[in-house]
Design a protein around this ligand. Sequence first.
Ligand code: MLT
Length: 417
Amino acid sequence: MNSAPDPGSQSERRQRSRFLRLVKHRSTILGAVGSIDDGPRRGLPALLRLCHRSHNPRMTHIDRRDRSEDQGDEQMHADLSTPRRRGHRIRILAVVAAGLALLAACGQGGGGGDASAYPEDSITITVPFSAGGPTDTVTRLVAKPMSKDLGQEIVVKNVEGAGGTLGAGDVANAEPDGYNLLMHHIGMSTAPALYPDLAYDPLKDFKTIGLVTTVPMTIVSNKDFEPNNLEELITYVKANADKVTLANAGVGAASHLCGLLIEQAVGADLNEVPYDGTGPALTDLVGGQVDFMCDQTTNTVPQIEGDKVKAFAVTTPERIDALPDLQTTEEAGQPDIKVGVWHGLYAPAETPDEVVKAVTDALAKALKDPEVVKKFADLGTKPVPEDQVTPEAHTKLLMEQIDLWTPVIEEAGVKGS
Ligand code: MLT
């Protein structure tokens, strides 16, 4: 087929042909090059777009179309083989080499997507607990101003189960393109010790984006539960350990960790009733299906204010403004029942730093939004200080918390499955 004179060696020819074929298979670059002289200017942006699209199943038609064009390779090869075209050939090979390096970077950890154009599509934040619960509430409150700032819709997706580890596992394996994020809480630091077969490593499989808030917890019961204060509750539960029920959101959930502290204070294992989140658990508590639980103020304040549940104490060192009449666990003689539920936003590990920075900036702005600040305050919490809304501060806390909880959990011998 190739009747044109060939100035290069056979191996040069093969190499050149392989380059061209590879590029045609993997990208739209030849279409983008059009005039070969335009290559460096037009080809690289095309490759950047490809970098994004190679992670997008909607774009797989490009590969199919390009394969059907393979027969054009030989003609292209013939055109490039004349001495007159040698300068062009060098230029196109330079584009190809740069492109291949870019594609390699794209596949090896740069993540998918033209990071500088991010976001070009809607973003999903996975909440690893039920809709209507505390993590969901915090996420939806910050997602609204973040969406406005980023100029794209933010979809909140609830992937509940196994104390938050199922949703976190989903995001660990999602495309690292900035369109798949995870809102998680303290459970991110306890899961490695609790779940021997954990499908992800919180430190290796995610990039931290920034801390969000630390939420106090409250000990609450249904209205018919006999005890009327924390001291009575401990005594009653101790005497009735075989029949009282303690709701939680699964092993590793904040409600579970706080429940362990209660069990320690009581000195007995209790009948735990696990839910996929404390949203549904609180509904059952109000309905009298379970006796008591420990839950975040972002879920319980409305129920406490509405007199739908009995509240025994808040788990912070100081009383909180949203519930000024509620004593602290320390005031009630249980200083060891102390826990704050910190939340952070994550992306899969290979997400480009530029994309993470865009999300960090949007999160930091959202946490200053007056509506977010007010709603957080109404629910007993507040945004973290601005210097905590960084990947560095978030990673530092995550590492400290893993170090803190791992020996505690190992000593307690608690395991999830
Ligand atoms: C939830 O959103 O349901 C929770 O954060 C549950 C928990 O950790 O207790």
